[in-house]
Ligand binder design. Structure first.
Ligand code: ADP
Length: 415
């Protein structure tokens, strides 16, 4: 009956409309009136503290948990009432510790949903091979193994292969990499990014790890208690404009470091250092040295590229020979380097400064610890201000919505 189409199935939109879940005997709902739209082909990550309702929300999408209120639409179709078996064809599901059946082989595990939905045997066999190949496992080697004969990372790969076997447009992933070691986790995250580039599924991914969310999500929904949406936006927007204290708290003390990653040297003011070139007359060089607040100047070569750092003592010891005096410049950073790269260069430089260069290697300025610290403070301050302004605009806009008469100062009325 339900053979797969030959073309791979790409993502579907998911709409959650006023979705709620109240567990019997609990006064508070676990999920309270959640509405959101997830676009076809995007990866949305639900992130939030433990117990906030991420998993319950996710499991309502494939009705492993039945909602007590609201609707779910997949590609416009209301799936709140359809046969769950039919739903599983549309929605793949991967969980922590892979969730593989221990008494079934790898191949039998992967074949589960295609078999359940009545694919012909030959096609299932082909599909199992195809899936093992997709997740980077050798079909010949892994086909007949049992889950206990696999490493944690391999089990997780088989879990993903199983979730994708019936080629569903939607893939739900509930902390799938939560139980593997950090290195394997890194690999699995990279592989998921690679897979998604190829497959364009709609992925909803649950994690409590904000860094994982940033890495994987096209958009991140930061959830607070009862799965209420604190912010739903791109990683960049959440990092730079957290909606409120709850989100900032979740983004965490790493905000300054994350900002360093998002800002380039070209975006900040660099220090203008005193410079001389190799053919500057000596009296002028001494004059520059005397005028330099740092007691140091930068010697540029004939094409104005940073050549040597020069102190007065260096020049005296070299008996006034510019050719012999000074410390060669080892490292420079370009304008496209991130502030994190610049910080790394500053930290590894013996004197804590690094020259910034243009496209042809020409001198543009210098960054040191002080300029970096000032820049980061300014950036974080600007982020906060902008967030406050955005909040203010939002409040204003809401106020206008509730006073529509004030939108119409001309008093134009329609019949
Ligand atoms: P998260 O995935 O964010 O850690 P969950 O969705 O698992 O959160 O749980 C949300 C809330 O619902 C928690 O307070 C949890 O204790 C409660 N809960 C989860 N499953 C059940 C259940 N089967 N019966 C009663 N309460 C539950």
């Amino acid at each position: 009956m339900s053979e797969p189409t030959s073309a791979a199935s790409h993502g579907a939109t998911i709409e959650l409309e006023n979705l709620s879940k109240r567990y019997p005997g609990h006064p508070q709902p676990a999920v309270d009136d959640v509405s959101m739209e997830i676009r076809a082909g995007e990866t949305v990550v639900f992130v939030g503290p433990s117990g906030c309702g991420k998993s319950t929300t996710l499991k309502m999408i494939n009705r492993l948990i039945e909602p007590t209120g609201g609707r779910i639409r997949i590609d416009g179709e209301d799936v709140t009432g359809i046969d769950p078996v039919k739903l599983r064809r549309k929605v793949g599901y991967a969980i922590q510790s892979s969730g593989l059946f221990p008494h079934l082989t790898v191949a039998q595990n992967i074949a589960l949903v295609p078999r359940m939905t009545g694919w012909p045997k030959g096609r299932i066999r082909e599909r199992v091979e195809e899936m093992l190949d997709l997740v980077g496992l050798d079909a010949g080697e892994f086909h007949g193994r049992y889950p206990r004969q696999l490493s944690g990372g391999q089990q997780q790969r088989v879990g993903v292969a199983r979730a994708l076997a019936a080629d569903p447009p939607v893939l739900l992933m509930d902390e799938p990499f939560g139980a593997v070691d950090p290195i394997t986790r890194d690999h699995l995250q990279d592989e998921l990014i690679r897979l998604q580039r190829e497959l364009h599924k709609t992925i909803v991914f649950v994690t409590h790890d904000f860094d994982e969310a940033i890495r994987l999500g096209d958009r991140i929904a930061v959830l607070r208690e009862r799965s209420r949406i604190a912010q739903f936006d791109t990683p960049q927007a959440i990092l730079t404009h957290p909606a409120d204290d709850f989100v900032s708290g979740f983004v965490g003390a790493g905000a300054a470091l994350k900002r360093l990653n998002l800002t380039r040297v070209r975006d900040v003011e660099v220090r203008d250092y005193p410079t001389v070139t190799v053919d500057t007359p000596l009296p002028q060089v001494f004059g520059s040295l005397r005028g330099s607040g740092t007691g140091e100047i930068l010697l540029l070569d004939g094409r104005r590229r940073p050549h040597k750092w020069l102190r007065r003592g260096d020049l005296v010891r070299a008996r006034g020979s510019l050719a012999r005096a000074g410390t060669p410049v080892h490292d420079t950073v370009g304008r496209d380097a991130t502030l994190r790269d610049a910080l790394e260069a500053v930290l590894t430089d013996a004197a804590g400064r690094v020259a910034v260069t243009g496209r042809r290697g020409e001198y543009l300025g210098v960054v040191d610890m002080e300029t970096l610290m000032n820049s980061v403070h300014e950036l974080l301050e600007a982020d906060r201000l902008e967030a406050m302004e955005a909040e203010h605009d939002l409040v204003e806009a809401r106020a206008r919505q509730t006073r529509p008469d004030q939108e119409d100062p001309g008093g134009v009325t329609t019949a």
